[in-house]
Every structure is written in structure tokens, then in C-alpha cells.
Design a protein around this ligand. Sequence first.
Ligand SMILES: CC(C)(COP(=O)(O)OP(=O)(O)OC[C@H]1O[C@@H](n2cnc3c(N)ncnc32)[C@H](O)[C@@H]1OP(=O)(O)O)[C@@H](O)C(=O)NCCC(=O)NCCS
Length: 168
Amino acid sequence: MLIRTEIGVDAAGIDALLRRCFSTAAEAGLVRQLREDGLLTLGMVAVDDDGQVLGYVAYSPVSINGVDQNWVGLAPLAVDGSVRGQGIGTQLVRESLDSLNEFGYGAVVVLGDANWYQRLGFEPARHHRLRSRWPNSESALLVCKLADGAFDDAEGHVEYAAPFNLPD
Ligand SMILES: CC(C)(COP(=O)(O)OP(=O)(O)OC[C@H]1O[C@@H](n2cnc3c(N)ncnc32)[C@H](O)[C@@H]1OP(=O)(O)O)[C@@H](O)C(=O)NCCC(=O)NCCS
């Protein structure tokens, strides 16, 4: 399995993967919209020897209390059902965090399973008085610091990019 940054020809494979992995087409539509709007900060794919996309993770800008702090949000993350439990999801997140770190981003937020993401360096966002506008999401909002001092002026509402607010 090769993990690399997404390129143009991956778009159809990413779309098909997201439709297979989620119960609705919302995530596939979200990624298409982010790409169209130039809001995909980073997309990484896992591809097999035939070039088929079997894993994907995307990042887009988030603001804190309406201010751009050079942070990004992770969403969505998906691995094809046929190859789950082999560490591909973990590898996708690890390698993409390394790239974001090299690019100089401050921190990454995610709404997800706390146990899964805490293994990868994420911690509850409430420890830094960060919250999302989605109700009942408090324990699911997690943050991973990339740059020293990232939390110094960051506190308040985490706002995802506009396509996250579109109806399904
Ligand atoms: C979540 C997902 C990306 C994990 O991919 P993966 O390649 O199987 O992940 P890894 O092999 O690196 O890690 C598997 C481990 O995570 C655990 N795990 C998988 N999904 C989990 C979840 N939703 N919550 C908690 N743990 C989970 C597995 O039990 C396994 O644990 P183990 O190593 O102790 O056996 C994949 O299951 C998936 O695509 N699910 C459907 C889409 C989804 O829910 N995405 C996340 C929300 S955006």
C-alpha cells in the first residue's frame, strides 16, 4: 500500500471510496465541494498496486473565534472495508500530520472517536477551552498540537470551512 498526497486523477476513486465507507453521500459531496472551493489544505490517499484508492484523509482550514490561526480540521478519514484493521488509517493520519507539521500548520482538530485519536497524539479540545458549535460534541472534539505555542491565543469556538455547514 502506497501512502501519498492526492493528485487530480484520484478524485473519482476518492469519491467512490467515501460513498462505500459512509452511509450517505454527504462526505463524498463535502470533499468535492472543498476541492472545488480550493479549501483542501491536504488530501492523502492510500493506493494499492493497481492504483485503486483504498484509504483517504482530508484537511481543510478551521478558524478559532472567527480568526485564522493556521489550524486545520481533519475530515473525513476512511479506509475501505476490505483492508481495515491493518494500520492503514493510522498510517494515513501519521504521515499527514508529519506533512502538516513540515508545512508549518499550528494544530489539527477532529470530531471523532477519542480513544482512536488519542493514540495519535490528539487530546480533548476542552482541555484548551475549545468547543465546536455542534451540540453534544464536547467529548468528541479533539486537538493535536503541531507548533509550539499553538494554544497560546487559541480559545473559544472552532469553526469549520463553509462546506461543512451545507445540508446533506
Ligand atoms: C476508522 C477507520 C478509518 C479506521 O481505519 P483502519 O485502517 O481500519 O485503522 P487502523 O487499522 O489503523 O486501526 C484499527 C484500530 O482502530 C480501531 N477502530 C476502528 N474504527 C474505530 C472507531 N470508530 N472507534 C474506535 N476504534 C476504532 C480498531 O478496533 C483497531 O484497533 P486494534 O488495532 O486495537 O485492533 C475505518 O474503520 C473506516 O473507514 N471507518 C468508516 C468511516 C469512519 O467511520 N471514519 C472515521 C470518521 S470520519
